[in-house]
Design a protein around this ligand. Structure first.
Ligand code: 5AD
Ligand code: SF4
Length: 484
């Protein structure tokens, strides 16, 4: 819809419409006027830069912000050159917040050199109590602050912000609605994330996400299918369906629509070659989903299944609703249905009360499952979560030592698993020219592993057949096995 809208036909002197997304298009037209005036005065277009911290959800949100900025006439550039800098923040671990405060110090020095520079902050960190107060007190040079629930109002907030030097803050407690049909500027022409739900209802005891992203809300399946159809028609071959817990998609609809059913509808869309999804909570992974995956020609042979801990006692304290045994049984079931499935995971080390025995259970699961890769995290105390109040926080030195042991084991196992595919023929979606060697291109296999192969930019966006020649730990060097 948005590519059919002509902003120049909108009369910005009229009252802005109440309904969405029409209201936002009104403000986009107003921003475009501002951009034109800027251009006349300065002889160039204003430039923007976005920085994304955190997960795939944030990456997708940033594409929405870029879409609006580009439609209104801003040009993209580097942070040092930008007139409008926007940080889309994460708060899942404490160091994510620290990174943002650190970067703000740097931005302040840039702003002193370029007083026209405007700075906006959004994303999960803004939803956390205390952050806005701290910004108001110590970071007055920030122009605009908004949260996760009103990101769809970005055009309106931008328009207000462009007309004042005062700090504008608009952070909501809860989401009001899901607004469809706003512009998006994809980072890659050939692949895209697609939100299927927002928020999380699980309240894992260590996690701040349910507090900053709010309650679970599923998007209408018709809207999702419509978006994927449009993406496929626009040349996208791979999509990633995004939600904090995709397995509970559609449960609140009347009648409910399962995630497996949604996958089937998406699979039927012509032009798509690959479907990925993220993230699956082990407690909700249904037999129906396993069946649909096993039957599918498009769903990638990759399952991200966060373990968090291998100790049933700790899992209970984490509020995860599965045990060591049920997790292992689930892995066995999915492997039986799909022997070539890559399984990856997230693990937290040093949750309050974690003993050496608990940690040994985690190591045991890691060895038994043989994860293809794992994101390992040191537990980070997040104020406001139940775990933050637990008495037995594990000493830093003990956690660090466990973390190192876990990381070594995870990497050894992943390298061993990766080695097994050396010599095999694989389909690879070529994504970019290699950063270090321009005679190579880099792509992703079905199981999400990275492959470098000789080739040129012409291959970008194509799915090619590759022989894996050499394994280097968790990536490969390969060669085209057939002419594309
Ligand atoms: N400390 C450390 N890791 C965390 N995660 C979520 N909250 C915390 C925390 N407080 C990890 C989990 C989750 C991943 C996205 O981040 O492993 O799966
Ligand atoms: Fe956080 Fe648990 Fe929700 Fe994942 S499922 S976002 S870890 S509360």
């Amino acid at each position: 819809m948005y590519n059919e809208i002509d902003l120049d036909k909108i009369d910005i002197n009229r009252e802005p419409p109440i309904e969405e997304p029409a209201r936002q298009y009104h403000y986009m037209a107003k921003c475009r006027e501002w951009v034109r005036a800027f251009e006349q005065k300065n002889g160039r277009r204003p430039c923007f830069s976005t920085q994304t911290f955190g997960c795939q959800m944030n990456a997708r949100d940033s594409e929405k912000l870029s879409g609006i900025l580009q439609l209104t006439g801003f040009a993209e550039t580097t942070e040092d050159e930008a007139d409008f800098v926007i940080y889309n923040t994460c708060t899942v671990r404490e160091n994510a917040n620290n990174k943002v405060y650190g970067r703000l110090g740097y931005l302040h020095s840039l702003k002193k050199k370029n007083p026209h520079m405007r700075i906006a902050l959004c994303g999960c960190m803004m939803q956390e109590p205390g952050v806005v107060e701290k910004l108001k007190k110590s970071y007055r040079f920030v122009n605009l602050v908004f949260g996760t629930h009103n990101i769809y109002k970005f055009a309106e907030l931008l328009s207000r912000s462009l007309e004042t030097d005062k700090m504008i803050v608009d952070v909501w407690e809860e989401a009001e609605q899901i607004v469809e049909d706003l512009p998006v500027e994809r980072k890659y022409p050939f692949k895209s994330g697609v939100n299927i739900m927002f928020g999380c209802n699980n309240f894992c005891s260590y996690c701040i996400v349910p507090y900053v992203r709010g309650r679970e809300k599923s998007r209408d399946p018709k809207e999702i299918v419509r978006e994927v159809e449009r993406l496929a028609a626009d040349g996208v071959v791979e999509i990633m369906l995004l939600g904090q817990n995709v397995n509970s998609y559609g449960k609140t609809f009347d009648p409910p629509v399962s995630f497996a059913r949604l996958l089937q509808e998406v699979e039927a869309i012509e032009g798509l070659s690959r479907i990925r999804f993220m993230t699956s909570h082990p407690k909700d992974l249904s037999d129906e989903l396993i069946d649909v995956m096993a039957q599918s020609k498009k769903i990638c042979r990759h399952l991200h299944l966060p373990l968090q801990s291998g100790s049933t006692r700790i899992l209970q304290a984490m509020n995860r609703y599965y045990t060591k045994e049920t997790y292992l049984a689930l892995v066995e079931k999915v492997r039986k249905a799909m022997p070539d499935l890559a399984i990856t995971t997230d693990i937290i080390v040093g949750f309050p009360g974690e003993t050496e025995e608990d940690f040994a259970e985690t190591m045991d699961v890691v060895k038994k499952v043989g994860f293809d890769s794992a994101f390992t995290f040191i537990y980070s105390k997040r104020t406001g979560t139940p775990a933050a109040k637990l008495p037995e926080q594990v000493p830093e030195q003990v956690v660090k030592e466990r973390f190192d042991r876990l990381l070594t084991t995870v990497q050894d196992i992943a390298a061993e698993k990766a080695q097994q595919l050396t010599g095999s023929i694989q389909k690879v979606l070529v994504e970019s020219v290699n950063d270090h060697d321009a005679s190579l291109v880099t792509g992703k296999m079905d199981n999400n592993a990275t492959v470098h192969l000789p080739g040129s930019a012409q291959l970008i966006g194509r799915i090619v057949t590759v022989r894996l020649e050499e394994c280097r730990g968790f990536y490969y060097y390969g060669k085209l096995a057939e002419q594309p």
